[in-house]
Write a protein that binds this ligand. Structure first.
Ligand code: MRU
Length: 343
């Protein structure tokens, strides 16, 4: 039993686990160019906020390594174009922009093109390495909150394969398994692309955490029939007031948690906070292709030309969140005040 990972930097190459092929096949892809990185992010071969950030950082470094100019100004201009290109891959997870901005700032601190290329790759590796330690801390804090609870619900995959290792919302379960604490995890399948069924169930099975799959529409019934004791989710972007964007369906779970009087936890690193926005109303919500809803794989399940609304994320108002678990500690309301304090 081991905690799976999805991103490797090996022999100067970026290798990712193709998450679109899970759980049936474990296929590793070598991404050789910024275009391949862009494509992997758009097509959800790599997904999950921190993993998108890490991969994009390597993508920017890969793109930079191919620029042939020796003039620093020209190089920085080309890099800015690469930044915009990668930044247009997916809009909601702020980790993407956070990682790319970190790289841009090291490039700007360099005095030569070659120096900048080296620094860019070093920074991408740093972001990758740091994220594992960050997630481990989130897992430890999360475990302390869930100590007396066994039956916990989650949605989407905020797991090890959505980060460098361990995950955010799933980190307490992985660490719990290592420490002999047993959880009964209930995973929502997470329509439309089934990150819960395909990824979370697979990931938890890999590390020996008991997991039960339910459809999203079973959440309310399951909370009371199975005695769910807490809900824990990840995040794609958290505003300065604590409003949190996460996978579509999260808001519904938060409202249910309040109705059933169980805690609703958000687990996320500081790279997921966007303190430039005051509230969740300013978070851009990605809308994805209608075929994700009208088709199951190749099979059409709706009449042709059906009008579809397919937002990939929703925003949970801070008032529904019991606590936000970060690598720096557990944040409780008043979020506006406490998020600013913990910075
Ligand atoms: O569309 P996805 O699969 O990238 O959405 C992922 C989520 O919503 C996760 O919960 C979030 O990114 C946190 S991952 C640690």
């Amino acid at each position: 039993m081991s905690v799976p990972t999805s991103i490797k930097w090996e022999d100067n190459q970026l290798i990712i686990l193709d998450q679109q092929k899970l759980p049936h096949e474990m296929v590793y892809l070598t991404l050789n160019s910024i275009e391949e990185v862009f494509d992997a992010i758009v097509k959800l071969k790599v997904r999950g906020a921190p993993a998108i950030g890490i991969t994009a950082a390597y993508g920017l470094a890969l793109g930079a390594s191919r620029h042939e100019t020796e003039k620093l100004d020209d190089f920085l201009e080309l890099l800015q174009e690469d930044f915009r290109y990668l930044g247009s891959s997916r809009p909601t997870a702020v980790n993407l922009f956070w990682a790319l901005e970190r790289l841009m700032s090291v490039a700007h601190s360099s005095t030569s093109v070659n120096g900048a290329k080296t620094l860019l790759l070093e920074e991408a590796i740093k972001i990758h390495v740091e994220d594992e330690a960050t997630c481990k801390k989130i897992g430890e804090f999360g475990l302390s909150l869930l100590e007396n609870r066994r039956r916990v619900m989650t949605i989407c995959n905020a797991g090890s394969i959505a980060t460098a290792k361990y995950g955010t919302a799933l980190a307490p379960f992985h660490l719990g398994a290592e420490k002999g604490k047993e959880f009964d995890v209930f995973a929502c399948e997470t329509r439309p692309v089934y990150q819960g069924a395909r990824l979370t169930v697979w990931e938890l099975q890999q590390s020996g955490v008991p997991v039960t799959l339910i459809t999203d529409s079973m959440a309310a019934h399951t909370i009371h029939s199975k005695g769910i004791e807490a809900i824990i989710v990840g995040a794609d972007r958290i505003a300065a007031n604590g409003d949190t964007a996460n996978k579509i369906g999260t808001l519904g779970l938060a409202i249910l948690a309040k109705s059933y009087n169980i805690p609703f936890y958000v687990a996320a690193p500081f790279s997921t906070f966007d303190l430039s926005i005051d509230s969740g109303a300013q978070i851009p919500i990605e809308e994805r292709n209608s075929s994700e809803i009208t088709h199951l794989g190749e099979i059409a399940i709706a009449p042709e030309n059906t009008k579809v609304y397919n937002p990939a994320f929703d925003v949970t108002p801070a008032e529904y969140i019991t606590a936000i678990i970060t690598e720096k500690g557990i944040i409780k309301p008043d979020y506006k005040e406490n998020i600013a304090k913990i910075q």
